[in-house]
Design a protein around this ligand. Sequence first.
Ligand code: ADP
Ligand code: TRP
Length: 321
Amino acid sequence: MRILSGLQPSGRLHIGNYFGMMQAALHLQEEGEAYYFIADYHSLTSIHDGKLLRSHVRDLAIDFLACGLDPAKSVFFRQSDVPEHCELSWILSTVTPMGLLERCHSYKDKVANGIKPSHGLFAYPVLMAADILIYDADVVPVGKDQKQHVEVTRDIAIKMNETFGEGLLKLPLPRIREDTAVVPGLDGQKMSKSYDNTIQLFEEPAALKKKIMGIKTDSTPVESPKAVEGSSILALYKLVASPADYDQMVQDHLNGGVGYGDFKKRLLQATSDFFAPFREKRAAITADPAYVDRVLAEGAEKARAVARKTLARVRDAVGLG
Ligand code: ADP
Ligand code: TRP
C-alpha cells in the first residue's frame, strides 16, 4: 500500500492539524510505503515573501520530525524539490473541466475570506491531484476539508484514463478519521489559522495557559450540571486525556459541582503532558540543522526517482517528447 499526504508550510502547526491529519499519517507509516511532503508550491498561493516561506518550510520539517515522522520508514521531502509535480499538473489541467474546479469549497471559502482569487489558487486542486497521482498513491490521509480535493483527484484520473488509456493513473482513496474530523478551536468554531483560534503544537507554556484558561464558556454556576454537547473543553480533552480521565470529566459535567476553571486546568495539564515528548524531540532536532537538510535531500532523491517514472509514462501516453 502506498500512502501519500502533504501539509502546507503556511504557519505554525496547530492541534487541529495534528489530530485531523498528522496522527493518522504517522500511524500509517507503519503500514505501508509512505510519502509525506511539505507543499511549498501550494503555499505560494497565499505567501509572497521568500524569506517567510523558507522559514515556514524549515519549521514544518522540524515539527513533523519532532512529532514522529521517521525518515527510515517514510519518504519525507519538499514538494519543490520534485518539479515533476508541476509538469504533471499542466498535463492534468488540459483534461480538467472548469466546472470541476468551480465547485471546490476550499477555493470558494478562501475567496470569501478575502484571499485574492489568482489562477494558482483556482488551479490548486490540479496541482494537488498531480502530487497524489505522480506517486500512484492508494491512500491519502487528510482532514475532512481536503476530502473534496481527493475526489477531484479521482475525477481527473478517471478523465485521463478515459482519454489516454485505462490503467494509466491509479485512483486514490481519501482516509479521513471520523472521530477527529473537525477539531474545535478556542471559540468553538473549527480550529484554523484563518480564524485565529488555534492552540499551536509547540505553544510556549505561558501562551498555552493563557489560551486554555481563556476558552469561551457559558455562565452556568459551579454547582449546576454543564452541557456536554458542543463543549470545546471536552472535545479537546478527549484528544489528549486517557479514556478514564475523559469519562471522569464527562461525569463531572453531568453531576455539577465542578467549575469550568477546574476543567480548563485539567485540559491544560493533559495537553502539556501529551505534547511534552514532542517538545523534547523538537529541541534536539533544532540543535542539529544538518540533520534536517540531510533528511530532506535524501527524501527528494527517493521521491524524484518515482515521480520521474510516472511522468515518463504519462508523457509517453499523451505524446510528449
Ligand atoms: P488551517 O485551516 O489552519 O489553514 P490547513 O488547511 O493548513 O489548516 O490544514 C492542514 C491539514 O490539517 C488538512 O489535512 C486539514 O484537513 C487538517 N485540519 C486543519 N484544521 C483542522 C481541524 N480543526 N480539525 C481537523 N483537521 C484539521
Ligand atoms: N491541500 C492540502 C492542505 O491544505 C495540502 C496538500 C497539497 C496535500 N498536496 C497534497 C494533501 C496532496 C494531501 C495530498 O492541507
